[in-house]
Design a protein around this ligand. Sequence first.
Ligand code: ZN
Length: 115
Amino acid sequence: MHELSIVKDIFDTLEGHYGSKVEDIQKIQVTAGLLSNVQPVLIQNAFDAFIADNNSYAEMELEVLVNEIIAHCESCDKDFPVLYHRFVCPCGQPSSTIVQGNELYISKVIFKQKQ
Ligand SMILES: [Zn+2]
């Protein structure tokens, strides 16, 4: 399952970075471009399954932000949003130069407030 391996990668990255402090994370925010092939609902399900198997992460939350696709037009030197996978600039020029939409990264990590 594609999404479960993504969730495992996210935790590998966090554990590499924060070590045992990962247990103190309250919320992880992940940003996924529309072209990155990540379905927010599926990654949420995979995340829920993962933390259910890992007691120390049981309270953790995940938020998935979705980035729209943005392409660059060489003809008018502008970026434009790609809607309905139509890679055509408002000026009429087709373009497949993607500047946003392929990405998948951890965009925010919020730690629990220590009392
Ligand atoms: Zn253009």
